[in-house]
Design a binder for this molecule. Structure first.
Ligand code: AMP
Length: 294
């Protein structure tokens, strides 16, 4: 695996790959890698792409300085995992490489409600920071395909909209959420869970799967939300939201008729650690996301 810290070196290597007819598949990450991240590498390789991963803990998407400070950093562990998964290039830039002093690269797009609901309510500025770094990385890597996890469903929906608004010729591929055996979605933040909170955390998935069953069975949406919030509280978690939304607009759905693509999204605190997860209740989100954007 090639490791690059400088944009110029990475781009020179990428140009050689393109010259030899290879397509580029890119997965941006913030490191502390796990099987969820590696599934993006595997998806890229399965599609025949040269697999490129970036590790960059992006300060502009952290609304909480303490969360940024505590974000796990383990470059050696990450390099070993990527090597084993067959990743071909790793981009690990310093801050100044991504944000050259004196240049404002902020993405100022109007995403409408997409950035206002759910995470948007609780993490002001987060999505603007995320969109800015994803745009910057896409401009550097210029991949054919961008691999992102369903785990961060709102993020992926906003990136999809950004690709459309900017008419960027990048195909967005949504990869299914990789989970622990007890259902907890893999996340770099899980490393910070205390043992009791690690034991409580699978309640997110339990609440989501119960919501899916009840939604399909035709139960009233308000009752499903209440039951999910109760499940989380009983487990000792502090929910911020549990929303049942249209998978494209992210606006709340009131009834089962709302379809065709409905997703339940949840955020809850497990002690000092904020966890998010989601589950498709109905529809074919995957298919919809795998078409080229624009
Ligand atoms: P992060 O390092 O948390 O910024 O995540 C980088 C990418 O990996 C994003 O596209 C995430 O959605 C994806 N990802 C994180 N956790 C998982 C998971 N458990 N399953 C699938 N993809 C994931």
């Amino acid at each position: 695996m090639h490791i690059f810290e400088k944009i110029a070196d990475l781009r020179e290597w990428l140009a050689r790959q393109r010259k030899s007819g290879r397509s580029i598949g890119f997965a941006p990450t913030m490191g502390a890698l796990h099987e969820g991240h590696l599934s993006l590498v595997r998806a890229a390789k399965a599609a025949g792409d040269v697999s490129v991963v970036s590790i960059f803990v992006n300060p502009t998407q952290f609304n909480d300085p303490e969360d940024l400070r505590r974000y796990p950093r383990m470059p050696e562990h990450d390099i070993a995992l990527l090597q084993r998964a067959g990743c071909q290039a790793l981009f690990m830039p310093e801050l100044e490489e991504i944000y050259p002093p004196g240049q404002d690269l902020t993405v100022l797009l109007d995403f409408g409600p997409l950035t206002e609901v759910m995470e948007g309510q609780f993490r002001p500025g987060h999505f603007q920071g995320m969109a800015t770094v994803v745009k910057r990385l896409l401009d550097i890597v210029e991949p054919q395909r961008l691999y992102m996890g369903q785990k961060d469903f709102q993020q992926l929906t906003i990136v999809r909209r950004m690709l459309q608004l900017l008419a960027m010729p990048v195909e967005l591929v949504m990869c299914p959420t990789v989970r622990e055996l007890d259902g907890l979605a893999m996340s770099s933040r899980n490393l910070r869970l205390t043992p009791p909170m690690r034991a409580a955390a699978p309640a997110l998935f339990r609440a989501l799967t119960a919501a899916r069953e009840d939604f399909v069975a035709g139960k009233p949406v308000a009752d499903i939300r209440e039951a999910a919030l109760a499940t989380l509280r009983e487990a000792g978690l502090q929910p911020e939201y549990f929303e049942i939304v249209d998978g494209y607009t992210l606006l709340p759905v009131e009834t089962q008729e709302a379809g065709p693509f409905v997703v339940a999204c949840v955020a809850a605190w497990a002690g000092q650690v904020r966890l998010i997860d989601n589950l498709i209740l109905t529809g074919e989100g995957d298919g919809a996301f795998q078409t080229p954007a624009g």
